[in-house]
Design a binder for this molecule. Structure first.
Ligand code: E4P
Length: 223
């Protein structure tokens, strides 16, 4: 399973990259706004900075909601860097745009996916990635991980090549559950990635090892 970071924060991207396990980045208009990035020029410059930081795919979302606008915007975004993936919302014109981007050899990430039916449409259209929002589904008291399992089953049976990118991840447990359910990729905030490191027995065990080593060394040197 690949790891993407879901942020537009350059420091967080760098920290995840330094871990050596980062495969890509996803952003959305809310994440860009959170970093205070606004206006076409500033947004495109920021995407370029992100693309220069990582080798893997970087999802950049279109703001247009009609076909012509999406295609124009997507073509411009794809010009920024070779690792840009155009993020397209799961709406009627979005599906048409994904078909068009396929013809243009531009990679796509179909976003705001909340059902297996939507996942089938996106795969038929030829989306490179599919982003089911598991955290937002859990927020409404439904089961986000169950959706990943259902999409995984449909894609396996049908042989669809679209990769399942589990999105809207809020914690480390959801990363583990997404892996079990068959997600190809998880995109998560830095906190959820770093949360995977944590276990109290690891910290206790390490302290014991270090203390024992120190005691044995002291015995050897007679101190
Ligand atoms: C996916 O690509 C989205 O950017 C993101 O995961 C949405 O997460 P949220 O529900 O925490 O806003």
């Amino acid at each position: 399973m690949k790891f993407f970071i879901d942020t537009a924060n350059l420091d967080h991207i760098l920290e995840a990259r330094e871990l050596g396990i980062l495969d890509g980045v996803t952003t959305n208009p809310s994440l860009m706004a959170k970093e205070g990035i606004s206006g076409k020029q500033q947004i495109y410059t920021h995407y370029k900075k992100i693309c220069d930081l990582v080798e893997g795919d970087v999802s950049a979302e279109v703001i247009s909601t009609e076909f012509e606008g999406m295609v124009k915007e997507g073509r411009e975004l794809a010009e920024i860097a070779p690792n840009i993936v155009v993020k397209v919302p799961m709406i009627k014109d979005g599906i048409k745009a994904i078909v068009e981007f396929n013809k243009l050899n531009i990679k796509t990430n179909c976003t705001l996916v909340f059902s297996a039916g939507q996942a089938i449409l996106a795969a038929k259209a030829g989306a490179t990635y599919l982003s089911p929002f598991i955290g937002r589904i859990d927020d409404t008291n439904w089961d986000g991980i169950q959706l990943i399992s259902e999409i995984y089953e449909v894609y396996s049976v049908q042989g669809y090549e679209t990769e399942i990118l589990a999105a809207s991840i809020r914690n480390s447990r959801q990363i583990v559950e997404s892996a079990k359910a068959g997600a190809d990729i998880v995109t998560c905030p830095l906190s959820a990635i770093l949360g995977l490191l944590k276990h109290p027995l690891t910290d206790i065990g390490l302290q014991i090892f270090l203390d024992d080593h120190k005691k044995a060394s002291a015995k050897l040197t007679g101190q």
